[in-house]
Design a protein around this ligand. Structure first.
Ligand SMILES: [Zn+2]
Ligand SMILES: [Zn+2]
Length: 280
């Protein structure tokens, strides 16, 4: 499975000279599955940069939304396939009682916030409340609610034996001791266990976290404890705070490598436009 980061920032886009190396676009990760098909994780502003479909290739794609905070859906209205009459797009997202995903997203893709109405998108689009398990091409996807503000899914994607866990907004330490609670009590554990690549919230330093308890994000040492408990092989620090400069992210990721102490094969800060291959 090939992974490409199109947006790695949390909360709000963060353009600027001091942010340019890691990138300022909000959450969007593209997976190219073992059969060449495309699966997109979140529709932050990074999704705008995805290339158009090749002429002659199937115009089919799947977008998996973790939740509907603006930094994860803002790019939807600028996602070219939605305006392509030949495209077939399935958008998956968290269920919320009897309110379908279409009507919840329609609060954003409608007047006065948008120049288009969600029911008028030219593509063939289907909005689906994600069940616990579903298939996308050759991949088996598991979706689970995790600790964040509002209904928020984490996704586990298994394709050709490779396991990718995507948990961009997550506060596993809330009401939980990550180091000594039983695994199944820890939010997100079943999604991340033994993942070949864990893409995880790393919004706050430990110092900052004290002032943001309950905001739905992780302190670095909680991210590291979560990765260690879940047995992930590689960890991508993700959802960088919008005020975090490149130099500060360098520092944070050096700290993360120290904290990992050899428990993980690789720890790195996700960088816009970087790609990596993940296999078993
Ligand atoms: Zn977010
Ligand atoms: Zn969020």
């Amino acid at each position: 499975v090939r992974v490409k980061f199109w947006g790695v920032r949390g909360s709000i886009p963060a353009p600027g000279r001091d942010m340019a190396r890691y990138g300022g676009n909000t959450s969007c990760v593209e997976l190219t599955l073992s059969d060449g098909s495309q699966l997109i994780l979140d529709a932050g502003t990074g999704i705008r940069e995805l290339p158009r479909f090749d002429v002659g290739a199937p115009h089919t794609t799947h977008v998996l939304l973790t939740h509907l905070h603006l930094d994860h859906i803002q790019g939807l209205m600028f996602f070219a396939p939605l305006f392509d009459r030949e495209a077939d797009v399935t958008v998956w997202g968290p269920p919320w009682f009897d309110s379908p995903l279409l009507s919840r997203l329609g609060r954003y893709i409608s007047a006065p916030l948008a120049p288009v109405e969600i029911r008028e998108l030219p593509a063939l689009v289907e909005f689906v409340d994600a069940p616990a398990y579903f298939n996308v091409g050759p991949a088996r996807v598991e979706a689970r609610l995790v600790n964040h503000r509002g209904p928020t899914l984490a996704y586990r994607i298994v394709d050709d034996g490779a396991v990718i866990a995507y948990i961009p907004d997550h506060e596993p330490a809330l009401g939980q001791r990550i180091d000594d609670s039983p695994g199944e009590w820890i939010s997100g554990y079943s999604i991340a266990r033994d993942a070949d690549l864990l893409i995880h919230d790393a919004q706050y330093t430990d110092d900052e976290y004290g002032g943001h308890l309950g905001w739905g994000h992780s302190a670095l040492s909680d991210t590291m404890a979560f990765a260690r408990r879940s047995g992930a092989r590689r960890l991508a620090l993700f959802h960088h705070d919008p005020k975090r400069s490149d130099a500060e992210i360098d520092e944070l990721s050096a700290q993360a490598v120290d904290l990992a102490g050899g428990d993980l094969e690789q720890v790195f800060a996700a960088t816009e436009l970087d790609t990596l291959d993940v296999s078993r």
